[in-house]
Each structure stands twice: as C-alpha cells, then as structure tokens.
Design a protein around this ligand. Sequence first.
Ligand code: SF4
Length: 241
Amino acid sequence: MTGFIHSIQSLGTVDGPGVRFVAFLQGCPLRCSCCHNPDTWEAGSGTATTAAALVDKAAQFRDYFGKKGGVTLSGGEPLMQAGFAAEVFRLCRERGIHTCLDTSGVCVNDDTRRLLSSCDRVLLDIKYTDDTLYRRHVGMPLQNALDFLSVVNEQHIPTTLRQVVIPTVNDTDENFAALRRLAHEHACVDGIELLPFRKICQVKYDELGISFPFAHIPEADPAAVRQWEKQSNMQTIPWAF
Ligand code: SF4
C-alpha cells in the first residue's frame, strides 16, 4: 500500500514517548489559523512510499528507541491516509515497534478504526474546547474531535490531550478547566500537554504566498505556559517541555 509522506524526522523527541521515528504524512482537510505546517495541506503530493518501505526505514533506528520509543505518524493529518497508516502500524506491531498517532481526530471511519486497533498511544490535538472558536479557527465542528476521543476511549488506548496555548485566544481559565474536564471524563487520557504558540512558521506562509492568520498574535511565553499547567493542576507528561 502506497502513502504520501511530507517529511521524516529520524530521531524525534517531542512527538510521543522516548526517541521516535516520526513520519509526517501529506494532506490535511483542516485550515487551522495557528497551523505550523501549511506545506502539508495539499493531498496527493509529497514522496510516495509503501508502508513496508517506511517501516523498514524506521526499523533501521530501533536501537535508539529504547523501551519507550518507536514510530509516530503525524502530519498534516494522518487520518487522511488512514488505510496506509493502518498498514504501517500493523507492520510495526509485527516487529514489536511501539506506535503513536498524532492527530486532530478529524474523522472516524472503518480505516480509522483499523488504524486504532494497532495503535499504542494517541496524541490528540484538541485545538479549542469551545465550539465557536473551533469552527472559527479550525474550520470544522469540535464534535468531530470529541467523537474520535470517544472511540479511542472505547478502545482503551492511552491518550495525551495536546493543545497549543495561543495568547488572547485560548489562554483562559475557562478553556483549561474544560480541557481538564475532558481528561477526567475519558479514562484513556493519562496526560495533558500544553505547547506554546510560536511563529517560526511565518517563513512557510511567505514561501507559499498565503497569509498567516495568526501573524498578529504574540508568541506564548513557555514559562507562562508552564505556569498555566501548575495553576491548573494539570497532569503533565515528561516530554512536554
Ligand atoms: S490539523 Fe495540523 S496540519 Fe492540519 S491545518 Fe491544523 S495544525 Fe495544520
């Protein structure tokens, strides 16, 4: 089975536990105002590869994975190539390689369920906990991500909720309380990871000739984000900062 890859990070340390081979899949139907990877949006471009070839390549790095590491599929949105991603994870499982899915949870279908059946951890990016903000700055209803979370919960897959903290947009007590509630309501969630909003992606927007919707928003101070976590009594995870 063939998929389209935007890029690969051979030894990543921020997208899941331990040291990981991270494949960023091409294609995303969302248009997040805070997106750092607008160059991954276009479906069908990127480098074509088979699932077997990708897993062979990942396996070359398994000595670095240790007990916790493995393979992460990110994007773009990996659910847009869920059949390919499912095959990659199935082959990883066969070889005893830990699998992690980094997603916005945009849809659930048969391929998604097959993908989740070989998934050891989900990193679910809940961009906003308010539907109005979600629709305005993502372009879809929040409910899609919540439906995805319900399926992950039913399948008991350990899950980290991720959120980019965007000053003046979602850095509110209300939002963090809602995020905590989501975690408490879903037994699969074992951590919340807050990431500071950055603007280093501006250069990509310039190269693509499109405007960065959040160009006017200030970057988040990482220390302030850590403080939010402390104040909110959030259960954070070791690789968050
Ligand atoms: S889901 Fe990710 S890749 Fe897609 S638009 Fe949003 S931030 Fe960008």
